[in-house]
Unconditional design. Structure first.
Length: 122
């Protein structure tokens, strides 16, 4: 997925009312996936795979109450993603690879968990 295609993609996603799985991969590892153009989230989405750099976690993710599986790779977020992900009521499978560039990340219950880093990202 190229950056210039993302606005059109977001518009198309909004029209898919019964979408249950979505996978978006950037052309390059440092390619940005900007889903901030989504004005409404697909309510029935159960599986979401995003592989590419995210400047911020897409604002629609906290409203994905049907999401069961979430995979984020190469996101390199500056803010702790678990702050938002912990409130997804049906999330049972979470895969994170090179998602967070900070020193620590908060686990369930608000307890701080130190992470081991390889190359500056978890």
């Amino acid at each position: 997925m190229r950056k210039e295609d993302l606005k059109v993609l977001c518009s198309s996603i909004e029209k898919l009312s019964k979408l249950c799985a979505l996978s978006i991969t950037s052309v390059e590892e440092d390619g940005i996936i900007d889903l901030q153009h989504l004005s409404s989230s697909p309510l029935l989405l159960q599986r979401l795979y995003l592989q590419g750099r995210l400047e911020t976690l897409p604002h629609c993710i906290p409203s994905l109450h049907s999401i069961v599986m979430l995979r984020l790779k190469w996101s390199r977020l500056k803010d702790d993603p678990l702050v938002f992900l912990q409130y997804l009521p049906n999330l049972v499978h979470l895969e994170l690879s090179q998602v967070f560039e900070g020193d620590s990340i908060f686990g369930a219950g608000g307890q701080q968990v130190d992470i081991m880093q390889d190359g500056g990202a978890c």
